[in-house]
Design a protein around this ligand. Structure first.
Ligand code: ADP
Length: 620
């Protein structure tokens, strides 16, 4: 684990002198550098390094690259051929600065430098501190910032993020580099022996490694630096090997190189290859820039950082609080709140406000609905009370309506008595008398039945009914009342059926009210004006109930108040009849109004629009 922070140190003295005394390149002149890599061109670490280097170097600097292709190519002949090739290739176009990426490249260069690139300053990168110490003393014109692969730091991280782990599996390969890593790791793991038992899968065929990893239990974590070569000589890049392992493993896999991120490993404490490239690029710039005469300061070591793949954090149930705040978190899809905190807070506030408003409106609606229901109930009660009042007014007529058949029954019974006393066989006549008695009885019970329908407190019933027959049902009681008051009543029903949808008792109540008012208006007037006409009218788009009288009429100043509750010009009037009539007519989708009459008296017209043959009620 890296404990000491980067401490600046002076770049090599020789390089400082080189800066001062080497011939200055004129401004704008192209400077050439050569990068020599240990491994092959496509190694992910090389690509990352190259990107960082190019990003930092001055645009006037021209770079070319050579690859030792280690460990795929090695051996005396290969090295000899490669040396000859490089010598010939760069004899006429020598680079101004050499960058070496990786330990094998540095080792090769130091061995063949005098022959290939004498006196050309060298910048090393991606070389571990321990390897450098094996090369000491380094020539003064070989500079760079060493690295350290943080194997123990990564293992420590894995064990902290998986506190339940009791076993550590370490996978390494069989190339010289792989074996060097294995040796290093065998030394490092001893410090974790109190926490876990360690198992090495070293130098095995890849198939065997993957099979073993796929059978691991939940108490295991895996660490691997990847490998260049497996136990049967198959070549890999460490990244490829790591990808295969992470895909197959039934336990979380950790690695020490940032090029492994995205392969399925969880993460690790990693130096950054792009950062190494950028650092090398800055040193190149300093060496080539003859204006900067000061010796640049270099940190003692490249720092490592915790890198973690957020998808793996979720997959393995790692506690997010265990991830250090300065960790580089990959593939984390930010939540809306994290990405747009202000906008999300505003939207949430607007949403809450809107929800509050909607809840308020719903409550208000419920309250109003409850009030509407209460008002409806009161109207219903009032309408019923008004019907009782009407019945009170019609008591005389009703008594007459019932008395008439009762009287007829009595006289028929008397007549039957007389017939029986005569002793003659008058059976046919007696049969006729009994039929009359039965008919009168039915008439009386019919009157009582209708009266009960009018007075009973029944719930409102919405169904189609014929206005003609509804009028007919109350006609006899109205006629009886008219007779009692010495009035003439004319009833004209419509020629066709006049279907209204609603409550027939309520519409009968409207009619009774209008006719009783008309009767009151005709009170005390000469006989010619004591005529009341009730008509049912039906045309294409309207159905109307019209009550006309020739009474004293309505004073113009009373017209606007006529349908108001409690407006009455009568000594004992309650002033509720017309207002209730209007409520009932409107509840049936119609309207009620006073029509200008042809002379004296008043004409009240209740009217309903007709669609598809029936009226369209406004359900209360
Ligand atoms: P009430 O009959 O108890 O007075 P209404 O609401 O039925 O209550 O009538 C209100 C008023 O309208 C009556 O007092 C009367 O002045 C007037 N009115 C109603 N119908 C007629 C009519 N046919 N002719 C003249 N005035 C009428």
């Amino acid at each position: 684990m890296l404990s000491s922070g980067p401490r600046p140190r002076l770049i090599g003295l020789w390089v400082a002198c080189w800066l001062l005394f080497s011939p200055a390149a004129s401004v704008g002149e192209t400077q050439r550098i050569l990068v020599l890599y240990s491994n092959n061109r496509l190694l992910p670490a090389n690509l990352e390094f190259e990107a960082g280097l190019r990003e930092t170097m001055a645009s006037s600097t021209e770079s070319s690259a050579e690859f030792l292709d280690y460990p795929r190519f090695d051996g005396e002949f290969y090295i000899r051929a490669l040396t000859a090739f490089l010598r010939e290739k760069y004899a006429l176009r020598p680079p101004a600065v050499l960058v070496v990426g990786g330990e094998e490249a540095l080792d090769f260069l130091l061995r063949h430098r005098a022959e290939l690139f004498p006196r050309i300053p060298v910048i090393h990168a991606a070389v571990t501190r321990s390897f450098l110490s094996s090369l000491l003393p380094l020539p003064a014109d070989v500079v760079g910032v060493p690295i350290e692969y943080d194997f123990p730091g990564t293992i420590d991280l894995a064990l902290r993020w998986h506190p339940q782990a009791r076993r550590l599996v370490v996978v390494t390969g069989s190339s010289a580099q792989d074996r060097a890593w294995e040796t290093e790791l065998r030394g490092e793991v001893s410090r974790f022996q109190d926490r876990v038992t360690t198992e090495f899968l070293a130098g095995l065929p890849t198939d065997a490694v993957l099979k073993r990893l796929s059978r691991l239990g939940g108490d295991t974590v895996v660490f691997t630096p990847g490998y260049f070569e497996d136990g049967v000589g198959r070549q890999f890049s460490p990244r490829e090997a790591a990808r295969l392992m992470a895909t197959a493993a039934a336990a979380p896999v950790y690695g020490p190189f940032d090029t492994f991120i995205g392969t399925g490993i969880v993460g690790g404490s990693m130096p950054n290859f792009a950062a190494m490239g950028r650092r090398a690029g800055r040193i190149v710039n300093d060496l080539l820039d003859k204006v900067t005469r000061a010796a640049p300061r270099l940190p003692e070591i490249m720092p490592t950082a915790v890198n973690v793949d957020w998808r793996q954090v979720r997959r393995w149930g790692i506690d997010p609080n265990a991830i250090p705040g300065d960790a580089i978190v990959w593939f984390k899809t930010l939540t809306l709140l994290e990405e747009y905190p202000t906008e999300t807070a505003a939207a949430a506030a607007a949403f809450l406000l809107q929800t509050g408003l909607i809840a308020g409106l719903l409550l208000e609606r419920r309250r109003r609905r409850r009030m509407d229901l209460a008002v409806q109930q009161q109207r219903f009660e009032l309408a019923h009370a008004a019907r009782l009042a009407i019945a009170g007014e019609l008591t005389g007529a009703i008594a007459h309506e019932i008395n008439q058949p009762l009287g007829a029954i009595l006289s028929n019974a008397d007549a039957a008595d007389l017939l029986l006393a005569s002793g003659a066989d008058r059976r046919d006549e007696l049969r006729q008398i009994l039929a009359d008695i039965r008919r009168d009885d039915l008439r009386a019970s019919e009157v009582i039945h209708r009266l009960r329908a009018l007075l009973a407190k029944q719930p409102v019933e919405w169904q189609p009914f014929d206005l003609n027959s509804a009028v007919g049902e109350v006609e006899s009681v109205l006629r009886a009342e008219a007779r009692r008051r010495g009035l003439a009543l004319e009833v004209q029903t419509a020629a066709t059926s006049a279907v209204l949808i609603g409550d027939r008792v309520q519409i009968q109540q409207v009619l009774l009210n209008l006719v009783l008012n008309a009767m009151d208006a005709a009170n005390g007037l000469p006989e010619a004006r004591r005529v009341i006409t009730v008509s049912v009218k039906r045309d294409a788009d309207r159905l109307a109930l019209v009550v006309r009288d020739r009474g004293h009429g309505i004073a113009p100043e009373h017209l606007p108040k006529l349908f108001d509750s409690f407006f009455s010009t009568k000594r004992r009037g309650m002033g509720l009849g017309l207002s209730i009539a209007r409520t009932l007519v409107e509840a049936h989708g119609g309207c009620i109004r006073i029509e200008p009459g042809p002379g004296e008296g008043a004409v009240f017209r209740a009217e309903w629009p007709v669609a598809n043959g029936t009226t369209v009620p406004k359900l209360a």
